[in-house]
Ligand binder design. Sequence first.
Ligand code: PLP
Length: 404
Amino acid sequence: MYQVNTNYLKLPGSYLFSTIGKKVSAYQQENPEETIIRLGIGDVTQPLPQAVITALHKAVDEMASADTFMGYAPDLGYDFLRNAIAENDYKKRGCDIAPDEIFVSDGAKSDSGNIQELFSSENVIAVTDPVYPVYVDSNVMAGRCGNYDTHSGEWDRVVYLPVTQENNFIPEFPKETPDVIYLCLPNNPTGTTLTKEQLQQWVDYARRKGSVIIFDAAYEAYIREKDVPHSIYECEGAKECCIEIRSFSKNAGFTGLRLGFTVVPKELKSGGASLHDMWARRHGTKFNGAPYIVQRAGEAVYSKEGQQQVHQLVDYYMENARMIREGLTDLGYTCFGGVNAPYIWLKTPDKMTSWEFFDHLLDKAHVVGTPGSGFGPSGEGYFRLTAFGTHENTKAALERIKAI
Ligand code: PLP
């Protein structure tokens, strides 16, 4: 008889957002008259930039004629997109990343979940705590995390790097040296960042210890402060020890279109093995390329109009972030994030647990957020609200919270 991968059975409960979804549906069924405002999941609400829509239409028309039809895309991405990324995201920021070090994909979730395949099952991972759940869960599925302790909410083979109000959301170097370190900056869920100097210390640490950093920069477009790096390759020596993952979801609203990329520099080697060659091999075997029309849409993001429209979109959401941060602070909440990120991370009032506050907000204000404990044990006592709603809903949610 066949056997299942029992590592999957070790995962506690279902994925955070499906648990929230189930709770919200149950509430809606019992209270059909209430309109619920969702500031929980990090999905965008505004339409795609016009430059992207125009590029999509053009690419669709190309597909209608035998002369211009495009079949399978190159598995690593079309040159027109890889060149645009290298030029705009890296060269303009003084980072030396070649187009052939960029691997185009269908989004940062796939890449951040799949990248662990490059590493030995013996490797120990480190994650900031709280953290985007995909990093740990994908390593659990691969059998790399040991066993889950329901009491502490920790896996026994994962190194946790707490980021809380107490350490100003700056992860400290752990006692046990990890092999693979996941850093997400600007951070989901805390909305906090590191300065270039602080990030450089992590790059130096990884080089010293022979670790690799997986740097998830999905929220790079939201950075406003000058001393916050947009790419880890702004740090010296990062090409020797860092992989960077990016997404078109949060800057240009591609959550439904699906496009992202991962940078694996050629210098990144363990023993004689090139991670770049291994990731290329993996893509070639398991991925048949992001759709042509979507890659053309991605290229349009880098056009002059595309850039202007993306900035407007980001400004729109950052205005929500400001409203939430200032509105809740005025109400006496302690808030973090929301300055270089579309997430506001607040301390739950009256020592409520994260899920108690979730239920309270749903029940009394009909507003949905995300309980901090769903992102890791150090997220307990915190709560995440997103700035991805409309202005109207964000304002209405704040009024409802004020009323309770
Ligand atoms: N990485 C982080 C940190 C995220 O928060 C998200 C989505 O919420 C993703 C990756 C997923 O991005 P994509 O839509 O490109 O898969």
